[in-house]
Structures are given as structure tokens and as C-alpha cells.
Design a protein around this ligand. Structure first.
Ligand SMILES: Nc1ncnc2c1ncn2[C@@H]1O[C@H](COP(=O)(O)OP(=O)(O)O)[C@@H](O)[C@H]1O
Ligand SMILES: [Mg+2]
Length: 326
């Protein structure tokens, strides 16, 4: 089966005045199947947001993509499309939801009207049909009492409800893939769980594929099918979620587990990662994690580890995991 989305050798760089470039996303490859929930996890500054933005080619000004980059969506390479051809994909087949619902919503427009606008942007419908559609979407995203909430302004709703409104707007175009970038980071824990449950529900009922971007490995358990762990612009580990949780292979992944507050007996013995993610201009040679890694050997400082099999359906880019001892 061909995957819904196939990303190969994704390179995102910012040319600098000096003539050199920073490369915040470096040779990233992954796939997402229809109806699959894939989590992209890593600390802040690792390149997750840029990766998500690259999919519908919404990169910030000044960013460029490498010539070898392939972003194949339902068999079409989006890197070769013109701006007008891309409109079929942006917000339509690939929809996005971001962290802060307040900045993505228009504060002076009723939420129902904003969802209706999203519907009208993608297809011709009468005003009455659009309203029916809005009510159906509000119900689908779990907004209680949609007939009264449809006329609310964003500030009259809770943070969780505003995030549901954004998800309804994203669904208005009937996308195949939803890129959700830290969709629950601004919300408290109970509401977080409800929004994640909603994404999982949409995946099941709509066969919607979801790329869930998060710095919090703790929220993906039991929800994501697969996890991609990103460090300093590269995928350092990928595995089915259960496997990643039972046998994390990369020292960075193990460090992320140790940083999760809710600990089980096994992970309490791990130490959280010291230091922080360097800026792209200062990325270390070899394995970029080596300065923060307790297991690093001399080889790690000079040679980039390839992603190699570390277990069933599991890849990790670590010389030590791959058996090198000095
Ligand atoms: N417009 C930009 N210009 C220059 N550097 C950028 C720009 N946007 C992001 N970056 C850099 O790229 C790196 C990755 O950013 P981002 O994708 O936002 O990471 P994450 O979402 O994992 O926190 C960061 O170091 C950030 O400073
Ligand atoms: Mg981000």
C-alpha cells in the first residue's frame, strides 16, 4: 500500500549573508498512512514546526528546501507544483491546527461565521446549507449546545472549546491529513486529554491521518500509532508507540522519557537530559546529541550515525545502540 504522505530527504535551510546556511531540518524522511496517527516528538528548537509547515509548503520567508527533497502526497510530489496547483492541497487535503487558538481565530467574528467562511472557501454552498454544515461540524468536534455556541465570539469560549473550533475549521475542507502542531500545549491536562481523544476519534471515524507535533512524549502513549523522535533537525528514532515505550533505543529518547513527570518504576532510574538544544548554527559534528549524551564514545563526536534497525519496526541513529564500543 502506498502511504498517504511520503517525505524523503526533507532539507530546510536558511541562506545567511555570510554565504553559509543554517539547516534546521536535515535529511528527514518518514511516511504517514491514511488514518494513521503519527507523533513527531522532540524538545523545542529541534525543527518540528518547520517540518510540519513544509508539508503544504508554507515555510517562512527566507527558508528554502533542498533539491533532493520529496514530499509525495497521494502520489503527487508537492515540491514540483506551482503556487496555484498547491491551493488544492493547502488547507484542503492537508489542514493545519496550531498551538494558540486565540491567535488563529478572528476575535471580532462569531465562531460559526468563521467556520462557514472555511466551508465557502472550499466549495459552493448556500448560506443555509453552510449553517447546517457548521452545526454538524460543531457537534462532531464535541461542542455541546452548538445552536447557541455558533453565535459566540472566541473570547466567550474556553481554551479547549476554541481549539475544538479550530479543528472544526480544519475539517471544513474534508482534509485527508491534519497537521496538529502542539495543539494541546496551552491547555490544562484534563482538556489536553479531551482534545487528544477528539483527534483519535476523528482518525477512527473519518480515516483522517494526523501528524501530531509535540514536545511532550508523555501525551502520545496509547494514542499515536507510531512515534518519530527528532533531535537537532534529524530523526534519531522511529518506532511503533508501544515498542518505543517498552524499548526506547536512542539515548535521547530515553532522556525524554526521564523528563516525563508521570514515572513508572523503570524510568525513575533514568536521569533527565542536561543542557539544551543548540541553535542550528551551532549544531555539533557527528551525532548532534553527543555533547548531552551519557553514552557517547569518541566515534560519536566525528561520525554521523545512520538510522538503522534497532528492533521490530524500530530504527535508531546511535553508534552505541548499533554495537560500537569505543
Ligand atoms: N524564520 C526562521 N529563520 C531562521 N531560523 C528559524 C526560522 N524559523 C525557525 N528557525 C529555527 O529553526 C529551528 C527549528 O525551529 P522549529 O521548527 O520552530 O522547532 P520546534 O518546532 O521543534 O520547536 C530553531 O532553532 C529556530 O530558531
Ligand atoms: Mg514548534
Amino acid at each position: 500500500m502506498t502511504p498517504l504522505l511520503e517525505v524523503a530527504n526533507l532539507n530546510i535551510f536558511f541562506p545567511q549573508a555570510s554565504g553559509e546556511s543554517t539547516v534546521p531540518v536535515d535529511d528527514v524522511s518518514f511516511t504517514v498512512a491514511a488514518g494513521e496517527l503519527v507523533a513527531l516528538v522532540g524538545e523545542s528548537g529541534c525543527g518540528k514546526t518547520l517540518t510540519g509547515l513544509a508539508l503544504p509548503r508554507l515555510l517562512p520567508r527566507g527558508a528554502e528546501m533542498g533539491a533532493r527533497t520529496v514530499i509525495r502526497f497521494r502520489g503527487t510530489d508537492l515540491t514540483s507544483l506551482s503556487e496555484s496547483e498547491l491551493r488544492t492541497y493547502r488547507g484542503r487535503r492537508i489542514a493545519m491546527v496550531f498551538q494558540d487558538p486565540m491567535t488563529s481565530l478572528n476575535p471580532v467574528m462569531r465562531v460559526g461565521a468563521q467556520i462557514a467562511e472555511a466551508i465557502h472557501a472550499h466549495r459552493k454552498v448556500s448560506k443555509r446549507d453552510a449553517r447546517e454544515r457548521v452545526l454538524a461540524l460543531l457537534t462532531e468536534v464535541g461542542i455541546a449546545d452548538p445552536t447557541s455556541r455558533i453565535d459566540a465570539y472566541p473570547h466567550q469560549l474556553s481554551g479547549g472549546m476554541r481549539q475544538r473550533i479550530l479543528i472544526a475549521m480544519a475539517l471544513a475542507a474534508e482534509p485527508d491529513l491534519l497537521v496538529a502542531d502542539e495543539p494541546t500545549t496551552a491547555l490544562d491536562v484534563t482538556i489536553q486529554a479531551q482534545i487528544l481523544e477528539l483527534l483519535d476519534h476523528l482518525r477512527a471515524t473519518r480515516k483522517l491521518a494526523v501528524l501530531l507535533i509535540t514536545h511532550d512524549l508523555g501525551i502520545v502513549a496509547g494514542r499515536a500509532d507510531r512515534v518519530l523522535v527528532m533531535y537537532a533537525g534529524r530523526i534519531v528514532e522511529s518506532a511503533k508507540t508501544a515498542r518505543l515505550f517498552s524499548h526506547p533505543a536512542h539515548p535521547y529518547t530515553r532522556g525524554l522519557f526521564a523528563s516525563i513527570p508521570r514515572l513508572d518504576a523503570d524510568t525513575t532510574r533514568l536521569t533527565p537530559i542536561g543542557g539544551s538544544v543548540p541553535r542550528p548554527a551551532d549544531w555539533p559534528t557527528g551525532c548532534r546529541f553527543h555533547p548531552r549524551c551519557g553514552a557517547a564514545i569518541a566515534h560519536c563526536t566525528t561520525h554521523r550515525p545512520p538510522l538503522e534497525a534497532a528492533g521490530p519496526d524500530q530504527l535508531a541513529a546511535c553508534w552505541v545502540t548499533q554495537g560500537m564500543t569505543k
